[in-house]
Design a protein around this ligand. Sequence first.
Ligand code: HEM
Length: 525
Amino acid sequence: MDYLETLFSLPPLLYAPLLVGSLCLVINYLVYSRRVAQWRKSNIPFLSPSFLIGHKYFWGVGSNSATVVPLDRIYRENKDKDLVAFFVATMPVVLLRKPALIKQIFAKNFDKAFKTGFAAPHNNKILELMLGQSPFKSVWKAQRSALSPMFATARFGGEEFAKIRNQIAHMSTHVETARLQGRPIDIKKVAMKFVLDSISNSFLDSDDNSYEKEGELFKFVKNFVEPGWNKLLRAFAQMHLQGIPALESFQFITQNHIETLKSLLQKQIKQRSQTRGIKNDLIDLLIRLKEQDQDEKLDSEMDITNEMMGLGLSFLLGGLCTGMASVDSLVSFTIHLLSLHPEYQKRIRQEVEEVMEKHNATEVTYEVARDLHFLDQCLRETARLYPNTSALTRECTEDFTPAGTDYHFKKGELIIVDSYSIHRDPEYFENPDKFDPDRFNPENRDSKSVDAFLGFGKGPRKCPGSNVGLLLASTLIGSLVHKYEVRPRSHTKQMDAYDFHPRSFGIVHKDDVLIDVVPREVLAY
Ligand code: HEM
């Protein structure tokens, strides 16, 4: 009692923080002890949390280590376990370690854990209609099926490929100019411009050339994908603090993002309605949706329903922004690895020559790009060494026990999979740190490594745009390596987890990857 009297005799400015702090400690203790008791009862092995701050390995995340560094340590230190639970600050997560268990939960038990950890809160009428964010399975399914024509590589065949060729021409001019001026080439920037312009030319009918001028869309996407504290905290809050109304506007996707894309879609829809052309792209898809929607009263061409916004955002944020970020990372890591391995560049160059001859082509066409099998192996091997995200996530939507196990998963449990560590586990990939594209030769693959490869995800939610991404990456790298030998300027040894950006959930390099190019005619001498 004396203590309390002394405390309340202090000025409120002094005792209020003390009271709030103590309350946080009590809540924190209750959160930890309740979850630990649940894990114990559910037979899920766990690592005891340090008071208030969860697992200590995560302390440096954001300032000096990427999320994958602590995840990798936990993965390696728990070799004997199928799964292990722990806290990231106050967020409880269960890390799945074994490919068989991952397959079971991500594919066979999909109905019971279909949500991703980034699902939108139920009251956000637009985000909950998005493919990657919807907490409703029916919406996710409808969006995936509506967008499936956008993810088919066949739509790039014929005339459509001319748009990609056009982008290759812009890219070649940019690279050649830098070479002649003796400047290094920032491969991430080159890839970003190529992929963004290719996707927006083909799906939005834009005619952007970002090498010449960085337009509105380029600036928007760059800002959306660029890592930073703000985004790291927003992503963490979205995964962790759902259900706290005051924090629900603190989402990874902000109202500002939604408004910007809404006006972009409105502009494109208006233009298309006036020209009445049919392009079978995203804008046509949205116009068809608008025409089908009898219930919605749309007064003018500028009106746009929530369904249209959901579908548009699913593609623009899920496909254009994150898809583009995945492809440009894949391209820059592949070029980084190839710059350290001229012998593989030579094989790609030979392959491009042979396949061009087979298709009677003088450049990388749609048919050539699809036939570059060794280059495809190089891309998959890069996605193994540098998967695009540090964690695949799922949230349990009901209680369940995967068949053949006695692990009980409770509704609301957040499951994560650290593809980076599994991909570098010698149990599944021999000599795992070595860049060896031949391990993806179909003859060398075994079921163990097939199950353990998670570069494009697993189960019904796996990446729908991977083939489009691989096609764009093959076209860019095939064209570049056919013409030049690529040499490292900034990174002369293979990057590891300490080279990754500490404030990104994705696996991206923290420093620019700078290269030099030498024309093949010079190499011949
Ligand atoms: C080639 C580089 C790419 C890589 C490495 C990649 C990787 C991934 C991964 C790992 C996931 C999560 C899957 C899971 O949780 O199981 C994903 C999801 C997704 N990706 Fe990709 N991706 C790439 C390119 C693209 C492109 C070009 C697009 C769009 C054109 C795209 C659209 C999407 C969408 C919409 C989802 C969410 C699917 C869902 O929630 O059902 N991706 N991607």
